[in-house]
Design a protein around this ligand. Structure first.
Ligand code: RRO
Length: 311
């Protein structure tokens, strides 16, 4: 059988594989990031950080669901300085390190991005779409704020920078955001974050399955895959080729990853499946993707990337 080459390049940074962890589960502590370093994940992506350490929201704040998960973690993280301190050790795994930044204000984001510029982090992903902080609407749903933030961040950031976007459900919104990105180009977008403010109720307890915000939380996993695929596809068609698209949302098998490839994703990230199955999931999904591509006679990502057929 011919070997399948899953290497991919984003902003001159080469990734040995197509699959990496998402900023989200199991990437907060050094031990967790080290485990990702030792796994088949093609990069190490850190949990979104804030200026200060955060405990996060009250528990229970995560629940497995039949086809995914719901969570309202509330940005638990060690504070950005801890991630700056870890970077030299994370770089020893010889794979790209992507730091995720999710300040509680634009000023915080500017300060953190400036600080990460002076590190060996390969890329910075600025999170515009955390749905779980009470009183802090998602930047990604406010186009004026998105434009202002991107303008100011782009002006101070020389490193490859991307933004993590919320899911959009109307093409006018996708187009508006794409037009902002074209004005202040980023090297990549990551799409989608969880579907914010969903509610799962347990009919036995007659209560929500998570506690923060009265049970409202971000929906993840298989439920959201069609939304993720649509957002990847729409942005791929709207943005110039120089802006790479990292797809996230409901990837649990090689087939799921292949669907994202057809939609146009340059790489994919795994959240819920990594939460539920741990690091072996990266190698399993990669093997499944390689086998599927081999069976179709594809030997590299470009053989299928963005090549969704029309009926
Ligand atoms: O920590 C969270 O609650 C969280 C974040 Br920062 C995010 O970007 N998306 C999400 O679903 N949860």
């Amino acid at each position: 059988m011919i070997e399948v080459d899953l290497s991919t390049t984003i902003a001159d940074v080469t990734f040995d594989g197509y699959i990496m962890n998402a900023s989200g589960p199991k990437c907060t502590t050094f031990q967790e990031l080290e485990a990702i370093g030792n796994s088949q994940s093609s990069a190490i992506v850190t949990k979104s950080c804030t200026k200060e350490f955060r405990e996060g929201n009250v528990e229970p704040r995560y629940a497995d669901l039949p086809h995914g998960s719901i969570q309202s973690m509330g940005l638990p993280n060690l504070g950005y300085q801890a991630y700056i301190d870890m970077i030299p050790d994370l770089k020893k795994f010889n794979k790209p390190v992507i730091v995720s930044v999710s300040g509680l204000s634009l000023a915080d984001n500017l300060e953190m991005v400036k600080a990460f510029q002076n590190t060996d982090a390969d890329m910075i992903e600025v999170n515009f779409s955390c749905p779980n902080i009470q009183g802090k609407p998602q930047v990604a749903y406010d186009f004026e704020q998105t434009e202002n933030a991107l303008k100011q961040l782009r002006a101070i950031c020389d490193k490859p920078m991307g933004i993590k976007l919320a899911p959009y459900f109307d093409m006018s919104h996708t187009t508006a955001v794409a037009n902002i990105i074209k004005q202040y180009p980023v090297e990549f977008i990551t799409t989608i974050n969880s579907l914010g403010n969903t509610l799962v109720i347990d009919p036995i307890t007659e209560a929500p399955v998570i506690k923060p915000k009265g049970g409202f939380g971000g929906l993840c996993g298989e439920y959201v895959k069609p939304v993720g695929l649509a957002n990847v596809r729409a942005f791929r068609e709207l943005l110039p080729e120089s802006t790479k698209v990292i797809g996230v949302g409901g990837i649990n098998t090689g087939t799921d990853a292949f669907e994202y490839l057809l939609a146009g994703a340059d790489a994919v990230q795994i959240a819920t499946t990594f939460e539920q199955q741990g690091t072996p999931a990266f190698a399993r999904i990669e093997t499944e993707l390689k086998q599927l591509m081999q069976s179709k006679g594809y030997t590299k990502l470009d053989d299928a990337k963005g090549k969704l057929k029309q009926l």
